[in-house]
Design a protein around this ligand. Structure first.
Ligand SMILES: [Zn+2]
Length: 462
């Protein structure tokens, strides 16, 4: 598949030197006009981009991010913007703000944005006094800005053309790309953590750890889950990053995520003192995070169907492994597969999470839209999953016949009522039963977490 990355698709051809000089002149005129017309200090925001190619998607995004930060700082400081003008085109992006505040004070705020992180180094935020003179960094006691490449004063390097243009351009794009990728990975990983917290908080859950008890478990409680979730937070970023960096066939991505998966399991076991709280979910959410990263990093469509399809391709090799005889002691999933043909977390992921897509997510969305709390909607979704999914965790603990009997009982109850209060009572009653039968539908709980995860990232039609 030929994939072109976002930043490699120039929207505009490079501007010529003549055009750049002309644009500079126009912007200076614009500044003079605004100063004369409004009689207020002026912020002039542009990007530090070397070379003729100044307008491209990543640069536009950087400019938007800068505008967002400037607006936020001005608002926080209670400084009104009397007028805003923008000039964007082949020669780059520029924004001008006439503001109601002392120029030095404004310069302090904007310099803090420039200093705030890697992207800030690409912002050029000048502040002009009413008389048109510039407030320098020196005026407010700050050192000169430094070169992106060598760290010496930036002005020296640019005046002496110390570095080849291509090198500076490459470094600039690298800063933009890694900054936005980090933002993206953070956003996806945050949804994974949030989904795990929601799942464990949903109460009552038959046989499972929730806010009222430990279900059929004796070796873990809700705090064990909090310990595990906190330890896993950075791991999900890594799965997204694996996907972002990966070029090639998605089915080969699983192999490069394997080590991140082992690190995540290790982090979980260390945090819980050896208790398996999330092994299945590390796989399911890990594959989802890698799929999101893969689509984003390769500039592919990122709708939910595309994510689930990528999941099924990425997880396909794991399903193949189930069919081979396990090398070491079998996992819950391997035992359930060899005894009942259940393919568990690996099978669900390899099929693109069909139960989540066709049952759980539509139900969660409609119950939330009808005004149910995440808790009550979560309980209903979990019951529907228990009634339909072949849960490898539950079967490995209780045996197939017991599990099938419980499933048909849940199915019967669900066919009789959809009243939220009655479903909560049903779940509470089932909890007693599951504890006595030693059933813990951990696979369904994982799918509930996957459902929450997708609902956060794809809220669906409003
Ligand atoms: Zn330098």
């Amino acid at each position: 598949m030929a994939v072109r990355r976002e930043e490699e698709m120039p929207e505009e051809s490079p501007a010529t030197l003549k055009e750049i000089l002309y644009a500079r002149e126009l912007r200076a005129n614009c500044q003079r006009r605004l100063l004369a017309e409004f009689g207020r200090p002026l912020i002039s925001f542009t990007l530090n981009i070397t070379g003729g190619r100044k307008a491209f998607p990543l640069a536009e995004r950087t400019f938007r991010e800068g505008k967002r930060l400037i607006a936020r700082e001005l608002e926080r400081a209670g400084i009104p913007v009397a007028v805003y003008r923008e000039d964007c085109g082949r020669t780059g992006y520029a924004g001008f703000y006439a503001v109601d505040a002392g120029a030095e004070r404004v310069k302090r705020l904007t310099a803090a944005i420039e200093e705030s992180g890697p992207l800030g180094r690409l912002f050029d935020i000048d502040v002009l006094r009413r008389d048109g003179t510039k407030v320098s960094r020196e005026d407010i006691g700050l050192p000169e800005r430094t070169c992106l490449i060598c760290g010496k004063p930036a002005l020296l390097c640019s005046r002496s053309a110390a570095h080849p243009v291509e090198e500076v351009v490459r470094k600039t794009q690298e800063i933009m790309r890694s900054c936005f990728q980090e933002q993206y990975a953070g956003r996806v990983a945050q949804s994974a953590v949030r989904a795990m917290l929601y799942e464990v908080a949903v109460t009552p859950k038959p046989g499972l750890v929730d806010r009222e008890g430990n279900g059929a478990h004796r070796d873990m409680d809700i705090f064990t889950f909090f310990d595990s979730i906190s330890a896993l937070a950075p791991c999900f970023r890594r799965f997204v990053q694996e996907g972002l960096d990966f070029r090639g066939e998605p089915r080969k991505l699983l192999a490069s995520c394997r080590y991140s998966g082992l690190l995540a399991e290790d982090a979980m076991f260390r945090a819980t003192g050896g208790v398996n709280t999330h092994k299945g979910l590390i796989f399911s959410l890990g594959v989802l995070c890698a799929a999101m990263g893969y689509l984003h990093g390769n500039g592919l469509p990122e709708d939910m169907d595309a994510v689930l399809e990528a999941c099924s391709e990425i997880a396909a090799p794991a399903r193949g492994e189930l069919e081979k005889a396990p090398k070491g002691p079998p996992t819950h999933g391997e035992k359930a597969y060899s005894e009942c043909g259940f393919s568990g977390a690996r099978g669900e992921a390899a099929k693109g999470f069909p139960h989540v897509k066709s049952i759980a997510l539509p139900l969660l969305r409609s119950l939330r839209k009808a005004g149910l709390s995440p808790n009550d909607a979560g309980v209903a979704v979990l019951l529907h999953l228990i009634s339909r999914v072949d849960d490898t965790n539950a079967v490995s603990r209780s045996g197939l016949a017991t599990y099938r009997a419980v499933q048909s009982e849940v199915q019967k109850c669900l066919s009789e009522t959809s009243e939220p209060k009655e479903l909560l009572n049903l779940a509470r009653g089932l909890n007693e039963k599951f504890i006595s039968l030693n059933i813990s539908p951990g696979g369904c709980a994982d799918l509930l977490a996957v459902t929450f995860f997708l609902s956060f990232l794809f809220p669906g039609p409003q």
